[in-house]
Design a protein around this ligand. Structure first.
Ligand code: G3H
Ligand code: 13P
Ligand code: ZN
Length: 309
């Protein structure tokens, strides 16, 4: 089964009122866990690779692992660059077999964001690859970049039509109050659904992307804290809010932190229970299974994309 772009997936997701999960990958066990979960639930799938993941694991290693996973699963899979920082990184991923890239110009002034995004779109479209742009800025930590709450900003709906028409992007990430990492809200979680609704009206039938969409599931935060970790005040996006976003214009929901928490919590618990273990297969297989089940949970109870492959 070949890798695919997200065009058809998003069209069906938009019409069907569900979203596709975009899960971050960094190594073999993470790829296997995600693909196994999606295969069990017969779900379309986006595997996304950050610049940091490419530095950590090497582009070719990740690509070959993904190809192996796709070949054994028979699923339609999109390979997407998450938060592409510049044209060169996007070009390198396009040349290296990715079917989708994000160019993240959200920190730039509007016209510079348009210019950079358009440059990536022209190269990508010439090579049959689709592009996600971003308007508005999420708070939180991603890779080397830490955005404080004061520096974050909601998407301005009045800018989205001009951005999409001038750049030619295929999907748009917007900021409505989610943030990257495990500490998303100080008080009660609140999302600006009014912004999402207005963006949806201004861009009919256009796929919107939600970043920073982990729910920071308490089971795994507690597992980490009960086994020597220290994660105080961790808080994520409530699942009912994600389901609501998926029923609106949001077609892609990005999830990384929940996978990290499931993986790491399981490993911490494993070592608490088996202090004598040192074979990586013993703890990595348990972590892979926990991650797989997290993906299944997301697909069935949050995204609604089970049986849509
Ligand atoms: O939004 C960022 C993702 O969680 C990827 O994180 O850049 O640390 O790989 P990373
Ligand atoms: P989380 O940190 O909420 O998992 O968000 C991941 C993300 O947006 C990747 O681009
Ligand atoms: Zn993100």
């Amino acid at each position: 089964m070949p890798l695919v772009t997200s065009t058809e997936m998003f069209k069906k997701a938009y019409e069907g009122g569900y979203a596709i999960g975009a899960f971050n990958v960094n190594n073999m066990e993470i790829i296997q866990g995600i693909v196994e979960g999606a295969t069990m639930e017969k779900s379309p799938l986006i595997l996304q690779v950050s610049a940091g993941a490419r530095r950590y694991a090497n582009h070719t290693y990740l690509m070959k692992l993904i190809e192996a996973a796709v070949e054994t699963s028979g699923l339609d899979v999109v390979v997407h660059l998450d938060h592409g920082p510049d044209f060169e990184t996007c070009k390198s991923c396009i040349d290296g077999g990715f079917t989708s890239v994000m160019i993240d110009g959200s920190h730039l002034p509007f016209d510079e964001n348009v210019k950079l995004t358009k440059q990536v779109v022209e190269y990508a479209h010439d090579h049959g690859v689709v592009v996600e742009g971003e308007l508005g800025r999420l708070a939180g930590v991603e890779d080397d970049v830490k955005v404080s709450a004061e520096d974050s900003s909601y998407t301005r709906p009045e800018e989205v039509e001009e951005f999409v028409s001038r750049t030619g992007v295929d999907s748009l990430a917007i900021a409505i109050g989610t943030s990257h990492g495990a500490f998303k809200f100080k008080g009660e979680p609140q999302l600006r659904f009014d912004i999402l609704e207005e963006v949806g009206k201004r861009l009919p039938n256009f796929p919107i992307v939600l970043h920073g969409a982990s729910s920071v599931i308490p089971e795994y935060v507690d597992m980490i804290n009960a086994n020597g970790g220290k994660l105080d005040n961790a808080k994520g996006v409530p699942e009912d809010m994600l389901r609501k976003a998926a029923s609106m214009a949001v077609c892609k929901i990005n999830i990384d932190s929940d996978l990290r928490l499931a993986f790491t919590g399981t490993i911490r618990k494993h070592f608490s229970e088996h202090p004598d273990h040192f074979d990586p297969r013993q703890y990595l297989s348990e972590a892979r299974t926990a991650l797989r089940d997290m993906v299944r949970h997301k697909i069935v109870h949050v995204l609604g994309c089970d049986n849509k492959a």
